[in-house]
Design a protein around this ligand. Structure first.
Ligand code: FAD
Length: 282
């Protein structure tokens, strides 16, 4: 069990329905007891959730008093749209942001928008708003799916940090060694900012498999085989998933990970089960 309690943060996605939004707020209220360093809320590339992300961020921030960071992606949005949104956030007192390239829905291509990569968005935010925002960017210990190779992706990651990011959150992974290797290599290239592992609790095999395929996160064979064997036995999937992810988090923290960032999918229990297993309470 790890003794020093690391900081924790929780990510949500903005919902389309009133009921979904209520659930998100209840989840956030529950998680507030764990004194997270921040909440974050995703953004649909091209602006599809612009208003919902904005409203959710402000509501979370005002109701829970936990600093809440909007995600902001640059593909599909013009500089004028990004500038206006940054100004809205700044005047609402929001001072953290997660800066991303984003993925446009298939068919829209990647050329729309004036900024092509996340490093350009980080530079743009710094040019427009100076040091107002604490900026986090994405990191890919298992390599971004569109990257030429690990080295090219790492160089692009370093470029984002040098453009002015204060930290990074990783894509989720189930192999702690990929994180340690990524950190070792990034540190050698002069990256000193915290790189927080993104943690995905395992609650459902088919959606996890689909999503992992798309975002380039590997489910190791021994985990996949076990999850497949449970078929629709949800309780066993969750118990096994909780054990596997808890053990990985123990290794990450023992190996120097500065914090944990949970992809909650708007549910409190799966993340809290892992956090409590680690011996941390509210
Ligand atoms: P970039 O850092 O721009 O990298 C994208 C690709 O381009 C990589 O292959 C990289 O190696 C390459 N590249 C980078 N810079 C250059 C350059 N200058 N020249 C040539 N190649 C380059 N998506 C959303 O739509 N909304 C969200 O809210 C969201 N939240 C996320 C949160 C986290 C923590 C993470 C890890 C991902 C999130 N994503 C989100 C997914 C993310 O948008 C996708 O993974 C996207 O494909 C890449 O975004 P990025 O910011 O990492 O892009």
């Amino acid at each position: 069990m790890t003794t020093i309690q690391p900081s924790v943060s929780f990510e949500f996605f903005p919902t389309k329905t009133e009921a979904g939004h209520e659930k998100l707020l209840n989840t956030a209220r529950q998680l507030t007891d764990y004194a997270p360093e921040f909440f974050s809320c995703t953004y649909g590339a091209g602006g599809s959730t612009r208003d919902r992300t904005y409203n959710t961020v402000l509501q979370l921030s005002n109701e829970t008093r936990i600093p809440t960071a909007p995600h902001l992606s640059c593909v599909g949005d013009s500089k004028a749209e990004l500038r206006a949104l940054l100004e809205q956030y700044r005047s609402a007192g929001i001072n953290r942001i997660v800066a991303l390239r984003g993925d446009l829905p298939s068919g829209m291509g990647l050329s729309s928008g004036e900024l092509r990569y996340a490093n350009e968005l980080v530079s743009f935010i710094r040019e427009e708003t100076g040091d107002h925002f604490h900026i986090e960017v994405a990191a890919y210990p298992e390599t971004h799916p569109q990257a030429r190779n690990f080295e090219a992706d790492l160089a692009n990651f370093v470029r984002k940090i040098k453009a002015g990011a204060n930290g990074a959150i990783t894509q989720y992974f189930f192999n702690a060694d990929s994180y340690f290797y990524f950190i070792e290599r990034a540190r050698k290239l002069g990256v000193e900012v915290p790189v927080i592992p993104g943690i995905m609790p395992i609650t459902n095999y088919s959606s996890l498999a689909r999503f992992s395929e798309a975002c380039g996160a590997e489910i190791p064979r021994w985990i996949r085989k076990q999850l497949e064997a449970y078929a629709d036995d949800v309780k066993s999937i969750q118990a096994f998933g909780e054990e596997v992810v808890t053990t990985m988090c123990e290794r990450l923290l023992a190996g120097g990970a500065p914090a944990l960032h949970f992809y909650t999918l708007n549910q409190a229990e799966p993340s809290l089960a892992i956090w409590n297993n680690l011996g941390f309470k509210s």
